[in-house]
Design a protein around this ligand. Sequence first.
Ligand code: HEC
Length: 97
Amino acid sequence: MKWVLTMIAVSLGVGCVSKNQIPAPDAAMVERSGQSLEILQQGHAIYMIQCGRCHEPMMPSEVSSADWHIVVPGMAWNAGISQGDEDAVLKYIMAAR
Ligand code: HEC
C-alpha cells in the first residue's frame, strides 16, 4: 500500500518530501527577516525552480549561513541567474533558516 502511494506521489511529481518541507515565505518570515514579502517570494520561486534543476533544493537550515554565502554565488553562476535573482535567493535562504 505504501509502495502504491509512493508511486502515485512520484507520478504526480510530489514524491519529493524535501521539496515540500522547504518553507514558503509567510508573514512570520517577513517579520523575522525584515525583508519584503515580494523579495522573499521571488527568492523562494527562483530557489525552487532554478536551484532544483541539477539537485534537490536543500533545506535552508541544513547549511550554515556562512556556507550559504559562499555556495550561492557559485551556484547562481551554475544556474545562470541574474544578480538580482541571486540576491533574492540569498535573502530568502537567510530568512528561511
Ligand atoms: C547546473 C547545475 C546546478 C545548478 C543550476 C545548481 N547547482 Fe547546486 N550543485 C551542483 C553540483 C554539481 C553540486 C555538487 C558539487 C559541488 O559541491 O560543487 C552542487 C552542490 C550544491 C550544494 C552543496 C554544496 C556543498 O559544498 O555541500 C548546495 C548547498 C547547492 N548546490 C545549492 C544550490 C543553489 C542555492 C542553487 C541555485 C542558485 C544551485 N545549487 C543550483 C549543480 C548545480
